[in-house]
Design a protein around this ligand. Sequence first.
Ligand SMILES: O=C(O)C1=C[C@@H](OP(=O)(O)O)[C@@H](O)[C@H](O)C1
Ligand SMILES: C=C(OP(=O)(O)O)C(=O)O
Length: 405
Amino acid sequence: MTLSLQHSSKNLIADLQITGSKSESNRLLILQALYPNIQIENLSNSDDTVVLKKALDQSSGVIDIHHAGTAMRFLTAYFASKEGCEVEITGSKRMKERPIRLLVDALQRMGADIQYKNEIGYPPLLIKGKKLHVDSVKLQANVSSQYVSALMLIGASLPKGLEIILEGQITSTPYILMTLEILQHAGIKGDFKDDRIFIHPVKNIAASTIAVESDWSSASYFYSIAAISETAEIKLSNYRKSSRQGDSCLAKIYKHFGVQTEFQGNSIILKKQKATTSIRVCEDLRDAPDIAQTIAVTCLARRLECKLEGLHTLKIKETDRLQALKNEMEKFGAEVKTTKDSLHLLPCKNLKANVQIETYNDHRMAMAFAPLAQKVPVTIIDAEVVSKSYPDFWEDLKKLQFLVQ
Ligand SMILES: O=C(O)C1=C[C@@H](OP(=O)(O)O)[C@@H](O)[C@H](O)C1
Ligand SMILES: C=C(OP(=O)(O)O)C(=O)O
């Protein structure tokens, strides 16, 4: 599906419901499979959550998790520790290029029976579930925090719990903290200090209902829309001031672009006020990699110079996001330099109109470039990719007077 986007209204007002965070939802679904008396509210309607939920109904055969990184990593640990199951976990062409060796090595050292169907280090995986008895494992933590979260999620179900000793510079730390907080909320004890995580064993937990906060990464596109607009008042629900999601740092980052965040009840209201006269945006996004594309495109639209660092994980996400950003921003006439972990955008004087954006099977490429339609008409190729995290995205854009056709 190809969509053309235009926008001419200067005054943006809308009241939108964003569904639950896919990161929180996918953690809670794994926990619920281990401890069935957990109830979940405001579950994400994203494809990544739908595929994970469906996979948990299976204990044999082939499971296809498409593009969902968290589903791939969390289910690998879950099925490896589930006695009696025998599954093949596979995914999209890109998923077969996303590394998983560090997690598989750690699980194998814990006694798991996991084999690679094709290439060593990459899905598909053939898993025979077994009781895992080893209670301490080392894990390199500088490639993806999802490997760490995957082990944490099964830790309490192991007979002696699990100690995870993290090696290397820890990346995407807020996602590890999110896992810990969700475990604690469910009644599982865990500690994370320096390079050590310990998850205490527990057989049964008390019944509880846990509400998922809405997705802050999805909110990022409305921060960008507000930042590019002249005036805006966009209300989004359900959000909390003390969020578990690292991407809630958006509220602070977008102040530089003149966007204020007001918490009102369980909603946030994004208000565009006069931007500060910052001429260069510098951010280290080691803790919030998923908002890199959003911020880069906001800067492109605002003709600002932008230096983003801490982007070493972007090359192994849904696509090589550094290369994809460079390719697509250059189509507008921008000058973009990238290294293996940074992106430098120079101020773009004149934005070319009617650019066709390739999305590389990456939902965030489609959503990050959409706000640019406030400046010039743009076309998004394969626009349906948004369903990986935000199936209602295009409908919600229409509510903000975007012409989407
Ligand atoms: O644990 C999670 O829910 C996630 C962790 C991050 O991945 P990395 O730890 O691989 O950076 C993030 O990019 C991804 O969208 C979701
Ligand atoms: C990187 C992402 O997801 P995952 O790694 O779970 O596929 C994302 O949603 O931006």
